[in-house]
Design a protein around this ligand. Sequence first.
Ligand code: ZN
Length: 177
Amino acid sequence: MTQPTHIEDDVVVSIQYTLRLDDGELIDEATADDPLIFLQGYGDIIPGLEEALYGMKVGESKEVIVQPEDGYGEYDEDAYELLPHDLFKGVPLEVGLGIELRDKDSEEAYEVFVAEINKEGVLVDFNHPLAGEALTFNVTVVALREPTEEELDHGHVHFEGDEDDEDYDDEDEDDEE
Ligand code: ZN
């Protein structure tokens, strides 16, 4: 195993960053002590950011502006659906809450957001909360390392303590059905 010198595909990358909107509002951040860790080249992070990181070295910083089409998509005014209350039995609903919906046929999961709760049902928004936003990242590369065989195989990073790898196991089960 050799220590990677710069960001390229199949390298485990740790970054610290701030994420701001056009108006300067801080939306998200990761610090050097608690960085974002991911496997480069597998779409584990949004495409516009992943693309901009290629070639960066440890300690290097960069400002990256990601347009909606390379981030969380354009805002779609029609991406709303009124769903019956029955679907949410037992779920403590509130406006702004993110929930995962699974399509019965395709088994595909969507994260949606509660836009409105009224007599007729629950209006959910299929847009990501950051859809339509230009995103400004200030990124510093904290560390680089080689992935393990298993991480490469799965296309994502493994963390100490999450041995059961739930996401990956779920996918396996779906394939077998
Ligand atoms: Zn895994």
